[in-house]
Design a protein around this ligand. Sequence first.
Ligand code: GLN
Length: 486
Amino acid sequence: MKLHELTAHELSERLASGEVSAVEVAEAIFARIEEVEGQVDAFLALTRDQALEQARQVDDRRAGGEKPGALAGVPIGIKDVLCTKGVLTTCGSRILEGFRPPYDATVVRRCRDAGMPMLGKTNMDEFAMGSSTENSAYKVTRNPWDLDRVPGGSSGGSAAAVAAGEAPVALGSDTGGSIRQPAALCGISGLKPTYGRVSRYGLVAYASSLDQVGPLARDVRDCALVMNVLAGRDPHDATSADIPVPDYVAGLTGDVSGLRAGVPRELMGEGIEPEVKAVVEAAIGQLAELGMAVEEVEMPNLDYSLPVYYLVAPAEAASNLARYDGVRYGHRTEEEVADVYDLFAKSRGEGFGPEVRLRIMLGTFALSAGYYDAYYLKAQRVRTLIKQDFDAAFADHDVLISPTSPTVAFGIGEKADDPLQMKLADICTIPVNLAGIPALSIPCGMAEGLPVGLQIMGRPFEEDLILRVGDAYQQATDWHAKRPAL
Ligand code: GLN
């Protein structure tokens, strides 16, 4: 096996034993990037010099007898929504063209402290709004399994990079499915942690009550390794939880016998492609063979997830994105302006793409006087009902199982002009963000020659349990080991 094909835990073993150096690993991965990036277009910026310098430091520490952490020398790709000190951070938007943050996001700093060389910044839908990465202002990322199809989104660059061998692991963010859906469409594993499990400091805000950072990787064990680096309280983020962090790798016992799984009927019905459903049903059968008790559950309020999300998320986005004014950072119009409001309007009109403008308008409308009670408040109330459906389901089930995406990867351009179809891509993932719970997507089979993702949802702060279930499935199957022929 070539170095770029190895998982992070395989690399970790070879680095620890001295079989390879961190510099050799980084060079092998940049060679792979050179080989396939022209076809995949996963990255917005590459940070080769920095990565090699970080790798050299890890090698020096090992040579000096130190034992740096498990991921020291394992390179990582970073979604462009995370602030990286001195390194281009655009969120896939023209409005942040050329922006270099003066500080690192906490998750970026944690990866750096763990000795993980940063490969570069990965492409994404503008401000993480989208499900195909086609909303990036800069480039279209292609699915390594079929270059005419999308990688999913909004963390499509991270997912495509991991699937294509351009990064062993990557960070993404997930507001309504943006880690899990691209992981599913690219045939890799991805975890959205519980709201509050991972710091959001330095994560450019989309919808602050829904956003979380998490790993995309080639298997569940790698997700657990990265979670050991990411998770924990951060004094810079008041919403990060002060709850002890378990060792996620130690929790991968392979034993799931006696666990009770529920399958929400609402996530297996209308809109799920029959071929996807058949693959997911087979995977559920496999979990039963591993000793899990599986039964259907009813969660009637999940049917309202999409309308609730498309009120709450745009409302929060409209407020968060008010900071891009052309004055403090990012794009400023070169047109003549009449006054400061004209400067705001022209800069924003030029800097934001159509999907972002649409959502700012929707959110502003939903929050405006006279409409607030009818839309935003009502959506928040239904959000509580959705959360209560989860609480009830988790009262007698340890995990819940569904497809991650109702379809396999779709064609580039296929849904770009059909906003409803695009938004239906998230019907299975959005409820999880509304409830704030953790969920994992793992590859569980193929339909039409393309990967299908299985979603495993857990109780708040029970990442260890859903990782254990996903890992047990991967110990018994080999879908996660399949690689696209690129
Ligand atoms: N596709 C959803 C949206 O467009 C979710 C995106 C995300 O999770 N960031 O909002």
